[in-house]
Design a protein around this ligand. Structure first.
Ligand SMILES: [Zn+2]
Length: 316
C-alpha cells in the first residue's frame, strides 16, 4: 500500500509594492486588483491537482482581500499571517523579522494580528515570517500569542543580512524548540519547513541556498529537485511526510503562458511523479492539516549527545 505524502501548496500574499521600496529586493503585486486575480488563478491551478492551498497573508492584503479569502477558507484553504516588518511600517519597523528582539516581535505580531483579525474576523493561528527571517525567540513568542503552527524555516538557507539563517535545520514537520530554532523541541507549535533539495547547495558571496519547488525561478530542473526532495524524505521516513511548495501573489497564475504559472504546473507535476515513483500517494493537505498531525503525535525529541565522532576527530 502506498504511504500518503502530504502536499502543501502555499502562497505568501504580499501587500502592494511600497513607493520608495521599489526594486528587485521587494516583492509584491502592483495592485490589489491584480493580486486578487493572481490568488484566484493560483487556487485554480492547485485545485486542478486536487490540492487545497494555504495562504500566509500580510495584514494589508487581508484587509484588501477579506471576502475572497473567507470564501477560500470555506473551500478548505488555511489562512495564516505573514509579516515583513519593513513592508508593514517602513518607518517604525525598518527591519527583517529575525532582526527583532523578543519584545519587538511580540509587539509587531500583536499589532498585525489585531489588524488581520479586524479584516478576517478571527485570530490567525499559523505564521510565516517574510523571507523565513526568524531568530531563537520567534517560536516562543508565537506560542505566547496563540499560534499553533506555521512555516517559519527554510533549511539550508544562509542569508545573514536578511536575518534568515537555517543551516542544519530539520527538514520535516516537527514541534518547535523554545530556545534553539534549528532543533526539534516540545513546544505546542508545529513548524513545517519549506521543502528543499539537501543534496545541492548553491553557494555564493557568503550566502547559501538550496533548490526548492517555488515556481518563481527563471529556470529550474523541477523533476530533479522534486525527485531528490522525495527520495530524501523516503530515506528519513518521518512521522508526518510532507512536501511544501512556496509561491507569491505577484505572478499572473490566470495566464497559462505566464512563465511562473507554467513553472507551478511543472513543479506540481514533478512532485506528483516523484511521490508515485518513490511509493507515496500524493495527498493534498493544508498547513492546518499537517500542523494538527504533528501536534497529535508525541514530541519526537532527538537523543541528547555529548559529541560526535566527526567532531572529536576533526575540529573542536
Ligand atoms: Zn513575503
Amino acid at each position: 500500500m502506498m504511504k500518503p505524502m502530504n502536499i502543501v501548496v502555499s502562497m505568501d500574499c504580499e501587500p502592494v509594492r511600497l513607493l520608495g521600496l521599489e526594486g528587485p529586493a521587494t516583492s509584491g503585486p502592483s495592485s490589489y486588483a491584480d493580486s486578487e486575480r493572481f490568488i484566484a488563478g493560483f487556487e485554480a491551478i492547485a485545485a486542478g491537482y486536487g490540492f487545497p492551498v494555504s495562504l500566509f497573508v500580510h495584514p494589508e492584503a487581508a484587509l484588501a482581500h477579506a471576502p475572497q479569502l473567507l470564501e477560500m477558507e470555506r473551500r478548505g484553504a488555511t489562512l495564516g499571517l505573514h509579516i515583513h516588518p519593513y513592508k508593514y511600517d517602513p518607518v517604525r519597523w525598518r527591519a527583517h523579522f529575525g532582526e527583532l528582539s523578543a519584545d519587538a516581535q511580540r509587539a509587531i505580531v500583536s499589532e498585525c494580528t489585531a489588524l488581520w483579525q479586524h479584516a478576517l474576523g478571527q485570530r490567525p493561528r499559523y505564521f510565516r515570517p517574510g523571507t523565513f527571517s526568524a531568530n531563537d525567540a520567534t517560536f516562543q513568542v508565537l506560542v505566547d500569542l496563540g499560534f499553533v503552527g506555521g512555516s517559519c524555516s527554510c533549511p539550508g538557507r544562509v542569508f545573514p543580512e536578511l536575518y534568515a539563517v537555517w543551516a542544519g535545520a530539520p527538514a520535516d514537520p516537527h514541534r518547535a524548540h523554545a530556545v534553539f530554532r534549528q532543533r526539534p523541541g516540545t513546544l505546542p507549535f508545529a513548524n513545517l519547513p519549506l521543502s528543499v533539495d539537501l543534496s545541492d547547495v548553491r553557494d555564493g558571496g557568503g550566502h547559501q541556498q538550496l533548490w526548492d519547488l517555488r515556481p518563481d525561478y527563471r529556470e529550474a530542473d523541477y523533476a530533479r529537485i522534486a525527485g531528490n526532495i522525495v527520495s530524501q524524505i523516503a530515506r528519513r521516513d518521518p512521522l508526518v511526510p510532507m512536501v511544501m511548495v512556496v509561491s507569491h501573489n505577484d505572478n499572473d497564475y490566470t495566464n497559462p503562458d505566464d512563465r511562473v504559472a507554467r513553472n507551478l504546473r511543472r513543479s506540481l507535476d514533478a512532485v506528483v511523479a516523484a511521490c508515485r515513483s518513490a511509493g507515496y500517494e500524493p495527498v493534498g493537505a493544508t498547513v492546518a492539516d499537517v500542523c494538527a498531525r504533528v501536534l497529535a503525535s508525541p514530541p519526537e525529541v532527538p537523543g541528547w549527545v555529548v559529541g560526535r565522532a566527526s567532531i572529536q576527530a576533526g575540529g573542536r
